[in-house]
Design a protein around this ligand. Structure first.
Ligand code: 6GU
Length: 236
């Protein structure tokens, strides 16, 4: 059985979207993974197919109803479906490569995309959802976040990517940002490629790349080097 993704959304026509092209899309066609987008509105029971209501306590926007979301989850996950249920929300814990690795090692994932101001928290907790964010900015809905999560998982499925990309994946796994890359010409508009890369000394190349990776990580993402000083979780 291949890795199976189900997306619960009010906008199923947004899928597969960019996941239908490129290497992820090739993997879909080859049956290396599967993707089902289901309309949460299909789980509504009233004449107007209502999915949301006004927030208790007042305030702007609408909240997705717990009964409708629960019915959508129940319809998507028959008894015995052991896939983790992930709710994409800017309130979630940040998506990290460690979670991506865990998810891809399992049978697949069910993703709930929130819209409006949010989802009633009771169904999030009753269903044991994992709340995940893809970064510190606000998207208009969970759909793009779901695509980000799926792309990060699917590229790790054996056969989806070539050997070069799997090697590259190892290099982020050490918790550093990547060293810079260069190709021909060695002189472009008078800008020379770092001399060590032309030297053919594999040991010196490896040491230079390591130093570059550490320097760029120190400059841009010091939290990856000493997460305890920055109040973050461990690096992926
Ligand atoms: Cl998962 N959802 C939305 N709506 N915005 C986000 C996000 C998720 N992650 C970062 N921003």
């Amino acid at each position: 059985m291949s890795w199976r993704a189900t997306v619960l959304t009010l906008f199923p026509e947004m899928f597969p979207g960019p996941l239908g092209g490129s290497l992820a899309g090739r993997g879909l066609e080859r049956g290396l993974w599967s993707l089902e987008a289901r309309n949460i509105r299909d789980a509504a029971t009233d004449r107007h197919r209502t999915v949301d209501d006004t927030p208790f306590g007042g305030g702007a926007g609408m909240v997705m109803r717990p009964d409708v979301v629960d019915a959508a989850v129940a319809a998507a996950m028959p008894e015995g479906d052991t896939r983790p249920l992930v709710f994409l929300t800017p309130r979630g814990t940040p998506l990290r490569q460690s979670l991506v690795r865990d998810l891809v090692a399992g049978p697949g994932v069910v993703l709930l995309c929130g819209r409006y101001e949010g989802v009633d928290q009771r169904v999030v907790e009753a269903r044991g959802m994992i709340e995940v964010s893809v970064g510190d900015y606000v998207l208009s809905g969970g759909e793009l976040a779901a695509m980000v999560l799926l792309d990060s998982c699917v590229r790790l499925i054996p056969g989806v990517m070539g050997a070069s990309e799997s090697a590259e994946e190892e290099s982020f796994s050490d918790g550093l940002l990547e060293y810079p890359h260069y190709t021909r010409p060695a002189d472009w508009r008078g800008l020379r490629v770092p001399e060590v890369l032309l030297s053919g000394h594999h040991g010196q190349v490896a040491a230079w790349r390591r130093a570059q990776a550490e320097a760029v990580t120190r400059a841009r993402r010091p939290d990856l080097l000493s997460p305890q000083l920055h109040g973050a979780a461990q690096p992926a």
